[in-house]
Design a protein around this ligand. Structure first.
Ligand code: UDP
Length: 343
């Protein structure tokens, strides 16, 4: 089994990708500092896979430790998730965000070059498209000036990748621009574990349904969309996880020494916030307590992917429905129970 390093592998997308990699016959090796994740994820992975997953507790900025892990685990490819991701916090703590998100990427790439490991998948984001003029967005849609420090770390991250490949360094890289990942593994053994009050819509919905939060606030119903609420491309986290496996397999058969490509990873379909709430009510069988509030600063009206490139070139397509994603998110919330462990 080929060992693949998953930085941030104890996080939401990382842990689901560990499952998808193992199911495809790779050996996932997790590197995580657990600054925004919990050790219990490892137990969930072990229950799903039937065996423990190799995990190293370390900071991706620590060159010597990362080098040691590459050598000991005989790493042959990397999926780099590890990053801070809270938009608001990134505006208050810019240096922490630039240091962590960019420093870790640079360190990982330096260790890859030092050890002769070529294949790298990078977590990017549809935030690079800002408020798009045309929908759906393709990979050639214009990149907009970043709206946050977090968004800028993703844009600069992509530039670091493309500049390194332009310089003919022996790295084969795919950046995946994620849309809105939701849901959980259908076993309810792993899922999203937001610390404190969730920023994202689906954990807020499931926590409200579980009685942890009193009421969901829908941020604005006066957007120029059919029902007035924002539109996003919500993708099941297991579909997104499997896109990483497809990307890795594609890199393995590329025989040039330097390569860089970018793919949107979305379903290709936009759904409104209100549609999501209604779908959740139908899969959970209970009404959701919500109110319409003011718009949230920085939110864009609508974004969804043109997924043609990833469908045709990587042979990957989202398979799971919005209903399935919300049913899995709800099952996961019920598994967690009604305690608000993180406050
Ligand atoms: N949203 C909302 N209430 C919440 C959280 C989110 O109405 O408590 C809306 C938000 O305004 C956006 C959509 O849900 O239109 C998706 O937000 P999320 O933070 O999940 O992802 P984003 O698209 O901002 O990355």
């Amino acid at each position: 089994m080929i060992p693949i390093l998953i930085t941030g592998g104890a996080g939401f997308i990382g842990s689901h990708t560990a499952v998808a990699l193992a199911e495809a016959g790779f050996k996932p090796v997790i590197l995580d500092d657990f600054s925004n994740s919990q050790q219990s994820v490892l137990q969930g992975l072990e229950t799903i896979l039937g065996h423990p997953v190799s995990c190293h507790v370390a900071d991706c900025n620590d060159y010597n430790t990362v080098l040691d892990i590459f050598q000991r685990e005989k790493i042959r490819g990397v999926i780099h998730f590890a990053a801070f991701k809270a938009v608001g916090e990134s505006m208050d703590e810019p240096l922490r965000y630039y240091h962590n998100n960019l420093g870790s990427l640079i360190t990982i790439m330096e260790v890859m070059l030092a050890t002769g490991v070529s294949d790298l998948i990078f977590s990017s984001s549809c935030t690079v498209y800002g408020e798009p003029e045309e929908l759906p967005v393709t990979e050639l849609s214009p990149i907009q000036p970043p709206a946050s420090v977090y968004g800028n770390t993703k844009q600069i991250g992509e530039e670091i990748l493309s500049d390194t490949v332009k310089a003919d360094k022996p790295l084969k890289i795919i950046a995946l621009r994620y849309f809105n990942p939701i849901g959980a593994h259908p076993s309810a053994q792993i899922g999203e574990l937001p610390l404190g009050v969730p920023n994202n819509l689906v954990p807020y919905i499931t926590q409200t349904a579980a009685g942890i939060r009193e009421q969901l606030t829908i941020f604005g119903d006066d957007y120029p969309t059919p029902d007035g609420t924002c539109i996003r491309d919500f993708i099941h986290v297991m579909d997104l996880a499997e896109a990483h496996v497809s990307a890795l397999q594609a890199l393995q058969v590329i025989n040039t020494t330097s390569h860089y490509d970018i793919f949107n990873v979305g379903t290709g379909q936009g759904n409104s916030v209100l549609e999501l709430v209604r779908t959740f009510e139908s899969v959970s069988g209970q009404p959701l307590n919500y109110r319409i509030g003011p718009r949230r600063a920085g939110d864009i009206t609508a974004v969804f992917a043109d997924a043609t490139k990833v469908n045709t070139r990587l042979g990957w397509k989202a398979k799971r429905s919005l209903k399935e994603a919300l049913a899995d998110a709800w099952r996961w919330q019920q598994h967690l129970g009604t305690s608000d462990s993180a406050g």
